[in-house]
Design a binder for this molecule. Structure first.
Ligand code: SF4
Length: 295
């Protein structure tokens, strides 16, 4: 019996597209496969997707993440990502109903783009990243057989992705930059990933963080800034600035006078306390007799 050893067929059409390139595609009720893609959902969420969905569903970002997403690692370094949760048995999106998408006007950007894929890349000699597009042709999707032709730019406009791209752009830049720093700066620490997760996905918990004493003692922000943080999008954009400052040293948020020195002093105290504790543990291990006599 012969075995098929050929690699699985990729649904990715091997051609890079630009905004003015034409695609042939349509998706609407009446097409035989309508909603089939939502039954095979693999939707990675970007920060602005989460804001739109948590507002639409009337819940906090923390509740939304718990109820509607699953965590995954976006790359080999373990960069945290989140995907839309599906049913346990099959990859059916929980937001799909018999009538179609229950959050259609607030659907994530990956759903809007499909079957077009956005590819952001930064050539080593380029000052900023370049955007290209590609086409995904999956066997379940009959939309490619529809006669409608339009450019990638027209498709983007029709699907309303421009607002999403504008509000996720800085985040994609942060990911690219974190990746390109790569092995040169070693594996990112768990704390830096937690910080990335908080600023990227959990806007309501991030708001709580900006209300803490340690945050307010560190950054020189005014009442107006804090009032602006009540708005999810304003806070998300501040989070991008904070990530760039903390992760890459791109300073745009003023620090309180003496805050840096205070933090260094506190850190020094913690390190000293930890060193003393370790020395004591080591002494107890080396001299168990002394230890038991002391006890
Ligand atoms: S969010 Fe809506 S469009 Fe996206 S996979 Fe779910 S049901 Fe489909």
């Amino acid at each position: 019996m012969s075995q098929d050893t050929s690699p699985p067929q990729s649904p990715l059409v091997p051609a890079l597209l630009d905004l003015e390139d034409t695609i042939q595609f349509d998706c609407r009720p009446g097409i035989s496969c309508f909603n089939a893609c939502c039954k095979q959902a693999d939707i990675t969420l970007a920060p602005y997707d989460i804001i739109r969905l948590k507002q639409r569903l009337g819940m906090s970002s923390t509740e939304f993440l718990k109820k509607h997403t699953v965590p995954f690692e976006m790359d080999a370094s373990g960069m945290p990502g989140v995907k839309l949760r599906t049913t346990d048995e099959e990859p059916v999106c929980l937001l799909m109903t018999d009538e179609g998408c229950s959050v259609y006007t607030d659907r994530p950007s990956a759903c809007r783009y499909y079957p077009v894929g956005l590819m952001a890349m930064r050539p080593s000699d380029a000052p900023s990243e370049e955007h290209h597009y590609c086409l995904v042709e999956e066997s379940h999707c009959k939309g490619h057989q529809e006669p409608r032709k339009l450019t990638v730019a027209q498709y983007r406009e029709e699907q309303g992705v421009e607002e999403y791209d504008a509000l996720n752009r800085d985040w994609y830049q942060i990911i690219l930059k974190k990746r390109s720093a790569g092995p040169a700066v070693g594996k990112p620490s768990p704390t830096s990933f937690q910080f990335f997760f908080l600023c990227s996905y959990d806007v309501d918990r991030f708001r709580e963080f900006t209300r803490t004493e340690s945050f307010r003692n560190t950054y020189a922000l005014g009442d107006e800034d804090y009032a602006g943080f009540e708005d999810d999008v304003t806070l998300l954009q501040f989070g991008y600035r904070l990530m760039k400052q903390v992760l890459f040293g791109e300073d745009s948020i003023p620090l309180r006078e003496g805050a840096l020195e205070e933090r260094i002093e506190k850190r020094r105290e913690i390190i000293e306390a930890r060193r003393k504790m370790e020395a004591e543990l080591h002494r107890q291990k080396e001299d168990p007799y002394q230890n038991s006599c002391d006890g």
